[in-house]
Design a binder for this molecule. Structure first.
Ligand code: HEC
Length: 201
């Protein structure tokens, strides 16, 4: 009987200690995090606007996060910085508007925490989304043609029509991005954590 009491107490203490250590202390440390001002006085991370939020929902819905992470590991924990995936490690502050965070766990493709800084061209992103092998030979990333529409060229070519490196596949027709594709690319363009933060010197 006596032993049962000790066992019960042991379990109780373990549960309480885990709750305090894993939930309460981290919450207290991270809850009050605020944006920082960059050199131009702009608050970073930028608060996402409507298009970026819609693109983020596409990113989640299309399962991009199953192949891409958004977290740059610190020096000594892998080659992320050497690969050019960021100029510094990511910190908790980078995710204050990212609720729930889409950090990802798998790295079938490159980390995207700074893709907006690394690849600022919207035209590149659209072509890559349509058919990744057009920009990245041998890519295993899935194609997303359903985010685009074929359109007959009437008088003028739409400015955001894809320009295929090997010429137009169907003369008289162009491929234009739908709003979903534009939102997704706006989201990718917003992924830029290259501003300085006090946590990383
Ligand atoms: C099955 C895994 C897989 C999925 C799902 C996937 N990707 Fe990729 N992605 C890759 C691979 C592999 C690469 C590297 C080759 C390339 O550039 O295409 C890549 C490359 C990229 C790049 C270029 C990164 C760089 O550093 O040049 C971007 C941007 C990107 N993916 C965005 C997306 C988006 C947005 C989605 C969701 C619509 C997505 N990916 C879904 C595997 C995936």
């Amino acid at each position: 009987m006596n032993r049962a009491v000790w066992l019960y107490l042991g379990v109780l203490i373990t549960v309480i200690a885990s709750f305090v250590g894993l939930v309460q202390i981290p919450d207290r440390q991270l809850r009050g995090l605020q944006p920082v001002k960059d050199d131009l006085g702009v608050e970073r991370p930028l608060r996402p606007d409507g298009g970026v939020l819609a693109g983020r929902a596409e990113y989640i819905g299309l399962g991009c996060l199953y192949c891409h992470s958004q977290q740059v590991r610190p020096e000594g924990f892998g080659a992320d910085l050497a690969r050019g995936w960021g100029v510094r490690r990511t910190v908790a502050r980078d995710y204050i508007w990212d609720v729930p965070p889409v950090m990802g766990t798998m790295r079938t493709g490159p980390d995207l925490a700074n893709i907006g800084a690394r690849q600022p061209s919207n035209a590149w992103h659209l072509l890559h989304l349509y058919r990744p092998r057009l920009t990245s030979p041998g890519s295993t990333m899935p194609e997303h043609p359903f985010l685009f529409a074929w359109q007959r060229v009437e008088l003028q070519r739409p400015t955001d029509a894809l320009s295929f490196p090997e010429g137009e596949p169907r003369p008289g027709w162009v491929v234009v991005p739908t709003q979903r594709a534009r939102d997704l690319v706006a989201y990718l363009g917003s992924l830029d954590h290259s501003y300085a933060v006090p946590e990383v010197r």
